[in-house]
Design a protein around this ligand. Sequence first.
Ligand code: FES
Ligand code: FE2
Length: 394
Amino acid sequence: MLAREMQRNPHTNAPLAKVLEDLRAAAVMPFGDACPIPAAVNHSLEFLDLERRAVFEREWICIGREDEIPAQGDFLTHDIAGVPVLVVRQQDGEIRAFVNACAHRFACLVADASGSRKRFTCRYHAWTYDNAGELLRAPYMEMRDGFDPSRHRLRALHVSTWEGFIYVTLAQDPVKHLPEALAPLREQVVGRYDMACYRTVMRETMEWDANWKNLVENFTESYHVPIAHGQTFARHNKPLQDYVCGEDRDDYCYHRAPQASASGRGAAHPRNDRLDGAWRRMMVDFCVFPNHLVTLMPDYLWYISVQPLGTDKMRATWGLAVPPEVLADVAEENYDSWLADFRNYMDVANGEDRELVEALHRGTSSALLPTGTYHPIERNLWQFTNYLARVCGA
Ligand code: FES
Ligand SMILES: [Fe+2]
């Protein structure tokens, strides 16, 4: 296949020092005076390189959900800014993560996106590993004097779980303890939903022509929802005046709003005894920095883990999960059509967003732009700009 042509524009070769200076200037502005993130941050090749090192090689990246790998040997593969990653459920119930590369000559070990295996056998020379990454078998290596299988195991990575989500970091010394960093978000906002009890019903991947941060920008503001999501989320009917943006934090941002209707999609199921009062019809949109996006509703959640494939291309892994009382109402014979309806709903919503996200990327390709600004419920974007400036050392 031919290498993808990258779209070049006036920001592509912007010098890193200038991009960082502009990012810093955007971050130090108080929110009331703030402008959108500088365009070059989403187009500069040097900045892309920096964010690989400062963001994706250091931070906790969401891989999926715990209930996607319930039994020993169940696995998911993913990648973190180009590094292939394998996460596997262990015999003791823990989850371990590895670089998805064989310990012989580093061929990618597991090609499937998900599955279940007692052992992982490399298709190159049949080196075989157990679920814990230990080398069990290396054909004919007894021909090599002193070969010690215990010195050749899969390269382990740190893994963490939080509220049903699995995170992996490439960092040898993780920059933070994730559940501790997210404790205020759990205790004050999202803990009451018990996201870990939601059952995952869908896992998908999509690639759009935009920078990964364009999707973060789009997801973390709901100003566009009544205008752009006429066929989907706008039907939840949440007046913009009711939106509350969360406090300024280093590790996450969120906003929330109650929908008008106390029943139907977006409202708590009558048997949901976890949520009280207005929380029974509350949506929370949050981002675990840098790239884990969640729309949390009383009756379903939608999550995305988005990553760069260049300055001008992003890949998002996304999934849907629903709480047990909602799933219990779906008769077995209706499950496939229920799921197809849900998928269709999400496909329409993603289609609505795709146009906007790609438009952000296209518009900001210009060096000549008017003076931008924010609506008050776009505070999460300024919070993300601040996060980015901090971790990129701007
Ligand atoms: S590269 Fe995997 S067995 Fe040789
Ligand atoms: Fe949207």
